[in-house]
Unconditional design. Structure first.
Length: 304
């Protein structure tokens, strides 16, 4: 049974088709990335998964529980960290987490609350009022709220947007531990290096449709090639025969540095030979592994 099964989900807001028939199956224990530019439909899809919005068509289940017809059980399976900083300003951190526990009918949950606060570095803020916390600390409390009922599926919607490096490291250490313990994690982020480092499998959305779905390693290898040769020319021009290898077409218009796609090291010497034949002189050269950003750019064009 899939942790999250999404089947032909559609959602329209008047003239805007936010989701156009999205189907995904996310396995139990996966660390799954959901990527796409602003307006791609990521947050709409998460809202439908969480039962905060209803699809016009299609079906979503969480551990086999339909998010509409079996909402109560589906919601118990899920912990969601939203983008927005939503909090009650009249309670302390501990009171907030105790109330969240109560929503799920959990009593005597203080031991787990203490563990969550410790792992998110909130212990010294346990008795602080929510309105007195910094934005980063409020973000930590949102994560703690999502985890307070030990959900088997955790959805993180831009969890590190605008937060410091320390919180990112603290968060990913704890979430990584939960994932190793068997929790399914779904992440949306604009920090593509995070997605590449953390996610085993990735779906990319564009215009409300899935345009790429594969393991992270396979996406990078299949779409971007395994490496890129970054060449800066001191003089001369890139010969026409090498222009099809340029990974970022705008480089042809704006300068003398070019990222050339190479599949293995054996392709480097023929490229250098063509540059010599064209009379170009190399100022700098680096062989780099292609990354998820290259995939994203290719799939989305210049759209960020």
């Amino acid at each position: 049974m899939a942790a999250i099964q999404i089947t032909n989900v559609e959602k329209r807001y008047k003239s805007l088709q936010a989701l156009g028939g999205v189907s995904l199956s996310i396995g139990q224990g996966e660390f799954f990335g959901l990527l796409g530019p602003n307006g791609a439909g990521k947050t709409t899809l998460i809202s439908i998964i969480a039962g905060l919005n209803r699809a016009d068509a299609g079906k979503v289940t969480i551990h086999g529980h339909d998010v509409v017809s079996d909402y109560r059980q589906a919601r118990r399976m899920l912990g969601v960290v939203p983008q927005e900083l939503v909090f009650d300003p009249f309670f302390t951190v501990r009171e907030t987490l105790r109330m969240q526990s109560g929503y799920f009918g959990l009593k005597n949950n203080d031991a787990w609350i203490d563990e969550v606060m410790f792992n998110l570095d909130l212990t010294n803020k346990a008795d602080a009022n929510m309105r007195a916390l910094s934005g980063g600390m409020k973000r930590r409390v949102l994560v703690a709220q999502a985890l307070v009922h030990k959900p088997p599926v955790i959805v993180l919607d831009e969890p590190t947007a605008g937060v410091d490096v320390e919180l990112r490291q603290t968060l990913w250490q704890f979430i990584g531990r939960l994932n190793r313990d068997g929790h399914t994690v779904v992440l949306t982020t604009h920090y593509l290096e995070e997605a590449q480092a953390l996610c085993n499998r990735i779906a990319m959305l564009k215009g409300g449709k899935v345009v790429a779905l594969d393991t992270t390693a396979a996406l990078i290898k299949r779409i971007s090639g395994s490496s890129q040769l970054v060449v800066t020319l001191a003089s001369g021009q890139l010969p026409d025969s090498l222009k099809p290898l340029v990974m970022h077409p705008d480089e042809l218009l704006r300068g003398n540095t070019y990222s050339l796609r190479v599949n293995d090291f054996a392709e480097v010497e023929p490229i250098l030979a063509r540059l010599r034949e064209a009379g170009a002189k190399i100022e700098d050269m680096q062989l780099q592994q292609a990354d998820l950003e290259d995939v994203f750019i290719q799939m989305m064009g210049n759209e960020k």
